[in-house]
Structure formats: structure tokens, C-alpha cells
Write a protein that binds this ligand. Structure first.
Ligand SMILES: Nc1ncnc2c1ncn2[C@@H]1O[C@H](COP(=O)(O)OP(=O)(O)OP(=O)(O)O)[C@@H](O)[C@H]1O
Length: 305
């Protein structure tokens, strides 16, 4: 039995029309399935929590963007008792990008219905103010999270999705945020070693996958199943210099510039001198000053081909 979780509003409403391509195929092939449509934020989380609370084995299929994947992963009671399939319909689709899941919904469905390979994905986790939230792709504090916060409220994303340029949403909002962000000093402590301070920090992002923000290859060496988290720290830049360097991240060539550092770790503690926006998989988590990052002990089985 496949349990489809559909965000009809993903890519500004395209999710529903893509489901209309998927359902006839399921019916034609007499596939045993249920479908659940999310109606509001965290609805996918609530539903997944209820569904998986019987602690039996489930195959869940997400049709949505990275934000819906994030909510489903957060709702799973026992990561070892779920197999996850994914049909990408979001604006940025960074989760699908590194697993090379096709963007054509029928091709992605074909893989789910006749799988030949799986990945056992690490699941990241941030803790803040006695709360905990998992992430699949990345979680960051500072400039990149500010972009996610703005994307949620911006009409710009809707407009770009309408003209099929949704993947540029985050890059274009980044241009706007570049001149609004005031860098803060950031202290990073990896694997309980000595802390390192980065002056004028723009952002720190913990990456499980190499890409975020619609194809920015922030941590080119990150692998979602290697048992490690990769980290990028960007500090000491002027806005104009950052603007000239960031496009290199689409090719993963930004790491050669001074002011950009990458690390690999199992745990990280991030403290900033001011409260800054935080995100997990592009979902805003308000303003924080202190985050602890780690990985879940159990991994999640993902259908990849
Ligand atoms: N019916 C709905 N109406 C409005 N928002 C919804 C609905 N269902 C879910 N959401 C919220 O939509 C947000 C974004 O969804 P999602 O990430 O799937 O799509 P996206 O934003 O188009 O893609 P991406 O994250 O790849 O940019 C999530 O925060 C989710 O909680």
C-alpha cells in the first residue's frame, strides 16, 4: 500500500495539477493507495505522525517541495519503519536534485512503483529552545534563512512559478536580502572541539545534501548517506563581493574564495551575537541565537531509482 501525501499548493498550485497526472496512472495499474491533501502548514507533519504511530511498516510518497518532505520526515515516528518515495513538485527541489529523481512526475512515479535502488539517508536534526526539528537537505542560520523567510511571504515566488521560473525564486530574493542583511559574529563548535569565531558572518548552513536554494552547490562534497554533516560558513564579505562570489556556488566553485569555509562533522553548535533567521529545508524557524545540530541515530530508506 502506498500512502501519497500531496501538497496541492506546491509550486504555487502546480502540485494539484501534477497529482491529476499521477492518479489515473495509479488507477490504470490497479495500485493499492491512499491519498492525503495538505491544507495548511504542518498538516503533512500531523498526518504522518498519526499514520506512523501504529509502528508498522509504511511506504509514503510525497508529492510536493522540499518543505513538504521536511514536514513528513518530522512526522515519522520510527525512521526505520518507513520507505519514502518522492515526486518533486516544488520550486527548488534540492532533495530530488542530489538523488537525481526525475522532475517529470510520471517518470518519478515509475521509479516508485518499480524501484531498483534505495539510499539510506542520514536525517539531520536541530535543537533550539528545548525544541527539535529534523531536516533532510539543510538547515541554516543567517542570510540564507532570511531568504527562506522572505520567500514564504513574497508574491514574487508565485509570479515566478507562474512563468515557470520558480527555480530562480531564491536567487532573486537573495539579491534583495543582500542589501538588508547586517552580518553578525558567529561562533562554531564542531564535534565538541574548540570553538572558532567568524567575524562579520553572513550565514552558517549545515548540509546533508550538496544543494540548497534551488541548485546552489554549497557543500559540493556532501553526501546524504555518508554519516556526516557538511557545513559552509560565509563571513567577512562586503555585499557586493558576496554578490560576485555567490553565482560560483551553482557550479560548486565558490569554495576557492577567501571568506568561505567548509567543514565536516557529526555535531555542531552555532552561536551568534544577534538573533538571526533560521530555516530547516527552506521552512522558516523564526529568529534564534543558539542552535545545536546533530543526526538521528536511524536512517531513512529513500527510493532513488
Ligand atoms: N494547502 C496548502 N496551502 C498552502 N500552503 C500549504 C498547503 N499545504 C502545505 N502547505 C505549506 O506549503 C509550504 C511549502 O511547500 P513545499 O515546500 O512543498 O512547496 P514549494 O514551496 O513550492 O517548494 P520548495 O520548498 O521546493 O521551494 C510548506 O510550509 C507547507 O506547510
Amino acid at each position: 500500500m502506498y500512502h501519497f501525501i500531496v501538497n496541492p499548493n506546491s509550486r504555487s498550485g502546480l502540485g494539484l495539477s501534477l497529482w491529476a497526472q499521477i492518479e489515473p496512472e495509479l488507477q490504470k495499474r490497479k495500485i493499492d493507495y491512499t491519498v492525503f491533501f495538505t491544507q495548511y502548514q504542518k498538516h503533512a507533519w500531523e498526518y504522518t505522525e498519526k499514520l506512523t504511530s501504529d509502528h508498522t511498516y509504511h511506504t509514503l510518497v510525497v508529492l510536493g517541495g522540499d518543505g513538504t518532505v521536511n514536514e513528513v520526515i518530522n512526522g515519522i515516528r520510527d525512521l526505520s519503519k518507513v520507505t519514502l518515495g518522492y515526486i518533486p513538485t516544488g520550486s527548488s527541489n534540492d532533495f530530488a536534485r542530489s538523488f537525481k529523481i526525475p522532475s517529470d512526475p510520471l517518470k518519478a512515479l515509475e521509479i516508485i512503483l518499480s524501484p531498483s535502488d534505495y539510499s539510506y539517508m542520514d536525517v539531520g536534526c536541530i535543537s533550539y529552545q528545548n525544541k527539535k526539528r529534523r531536516f533532510a537537505v539543510s538547515s541554516g542560520i543567517g542570510f540564507d534563512a532570511g531568504i527562506c523567510h522572505e520567500a514564504v511571504v513574497s508574491r514574487f515566488k508565485i509570479w515566478l512559478n507562474k512563468i515557470r521560473l520558480g527555480k530562480f525564486t531564491y536567487s532573486l530574493i537573495a539579491l534583495h536580502r543582500l542589501f538588508l542583511t547586517i552580518p553578525a559574529d558567529i561562533t562554531l563548535r564542531l564535534d565538541r572541539q574548540n570553538p572558532v569565531v567568524f567575524r562579520k558572518g553572513w550565514f552558517v548552513t549545515v548540509m546533508n545534501h550538496p544543494f540548497e536554494g534551488g541548485g546552489l552547490k554549497f557543500c559540493p562534497a556532501a553526501k546524504p548517506n555518508d554519516g556526516y554533516l557538511d557545513i559552509i560558513v560565509v563571513s567577512g564579505f562586503s555585499p557586493l563581493r558576496l554578490l560576485s562570489v555567490l553565482p560560483f556556488a551553482f557550479a560548486g566553485l565558490h569554495t576557492r574564495f577567501r571568506g568561505i569555509r567548509t567543514f565536516r562533522c557529526k555535531t555542531a553548535e552555532i552561536t551568534t551575537t544577534r538573533t538571526l533567521p533560521v530555516h530547516t529545508d527552506g521552512e522558516p524557524i523564526f529568529l534564534q541565537r543558539h542552535l545545536c545540530v546533530s543526526m538521528e541515530k536511524k536512517r531513512l530508506k529513500i527510493i532513488i531509482s
